[in-house]
Design a protein. Structure first.
Length: 397
């Protein structure tokens, strides 16, 4: 035996020894009708029968006296009926918060398409006794039709649906699943607010990430402990399909419920930003710049300028401040207020920054236009005071 083969044999014996030391007997697969008794009070599951078969459901209550970081559950009840209108340009009507539903899915993958299933669907609602979350779960793929049928029936009581990235992921995925089981998707009757777009508009200049869990930490002040990373959720579900040990999915149920509660609490914050600046009540400079850009895009330049000025007064990083001065100068020029744009372009041209060259070019245009205006005015004056047939004398200085 060569030295290499001998070393390889020794290594194999060591690995086998380690494997024997840490090996545990695998439990025999068993059918689980209800979750393990680890947390029965948190997830009181019941089997639900529909015309399409069976599936599991549970409902979790976050009581009125509780808080989720900086937002109290009772704060959700007091939200105005027209809160969502400005953010959606009036597409969502004035609706009582009790008629809003907050939806999130847990899926077998993130790619979407006909091969991706939503095995757990959570729907939150603002109730008289707190915030309630109904979760629809399928123990196997054959229960999908029953789950979707029950979801359809549950959504009929709502008039608005709120999601986070649901417009590009959750809703298209669910529409595909409804069609795969030959059922009509219910979403055409529900005006849809995807809060992700408003959150990005508000916070992308302030935070590196606008993921839901990151905003939960940065805005609500919550640090999740022992949360299951989203990328591991499909693997946990496939492991459940193999072992039928549903208690292994309790972290997924908890993850889904907290995501929905966070979504509801952020809905109590983000839409305020899209009301007139006096009602926005946001004090961070970067937030104000993001809102000002939205107002500019909405063709409301005066609101945009007001927020741009407030943002500069609050203080901004240099790069963002120079960009904001540039945006303000262009808006003033667009409104025909060259006298207001001139000092902004002058300030940008005075120091080194990314907009200095463009500011110098704009100053040249403004000054050239001013000289032309002066020449035209002088020429008109001369035409009025010079007798016909005589040329004016040029004065030499």
């Amino acid at each position: 035996m060569s030295d290499f083969q001998e070393q390889l044999a020794i290594l194999r014996r060591r690995i086998a020894k380690i494997d024997r030391k840490y090996a545990k007997p695998k439990p025999a697969p068993r059918q689980a009708a209800v979750p393990s008794a680890e947390s029965p009070e948190d997830y009181p599951w019941q089997e639900v029968e529909t015309a399409h078969g069976h599936h599991f459901e549970t409902e979790k209550l976050f009581e009125r006296h509780r808080r989720h970081g900086s937002i109290g559950i009772t704060d959700l009840e007091d939200l105005p009926h027209d809160l969502l209108q400005p953010m959606t340009n009036g597409e969502i009507p004035s609706v009582a918060p009790g008629k809003w539903c907050f939806l999130d899915t847990e899926t077998t993958g993130l790619a979407g398409g006909s091969g991706t299933y939503a095995f757990l669907i959570g729907v939150g609602r603002i109730a008289q006794d707190g915030f309630r979350i109904r979760q629809f779960f399928m123990r196997e793929f054959g229960e999908e039709a029953s789950l979707l049928s029950a979801l359809d029936e549950h959504l009929k009581q709502f008039e608005v649906m709120v999601t986070y990235n649901g417009r590009t992921f959750d809703q298209p995925l669910l529409e595909t699943r409804f069609r795969m089981v030959r059922q009509r998707p219910p979403f055409s009757a529900l005006p849809h607010l995807d809060l992700l777009f408003g959150a990005r508009r508000l916070w992308k200049l302030r935070f590196e990430s606008c993921r839901l869990v990151d905003l939960e930490n940065q805005i609500l002040g919550i640090e999740r402990q022992g949360d299951l990373p989203g990328e591991l959720i499909p693997y946990f579900y496939f492991e459940y399909l193999r072992t039928q040990e549903i208690f292994r999915l309790v972290p997924i149920f908890h993850h889904n419920a907290i995501d929905i509660l966070t979504l509801a609490c952020l809905t109590a914050i983000v839409p305020w930003a899209f009301h007139p600046p006096g009602k926005a009540q946001f004090t961070h400079g970067a937030e104000m710049v993001g809102l000002a850009r939205w107002w500019r895009q909405a063709d409301q330049p005066e609101n945009a300028l007001e927020l741009f000025r407030q943002a500069i007064d609050r203080g901004l990083p240099d790069d963002l401040m120079f960009r904001t001065l540039w945006d303000m100068a262009l808006l003033e020029k667009k409104l025909g207020r060259e006298h207001a744009a001139l000092p902004l372009f002058t300030e940008l041209a005075a120091v080194r920054n990314a907009w200095r060259g463009a500011a110098l070019a704009e100053l040249a245009k403004l000054r050239h236009g001013a000289r032309n205006d002066a020449q035209r005015a002088r020429s008109g004056t001369l035409r009025r005071v010079t007798p016909p047939g005589r040329a004016p004398k040029e004065k030499i200085w």
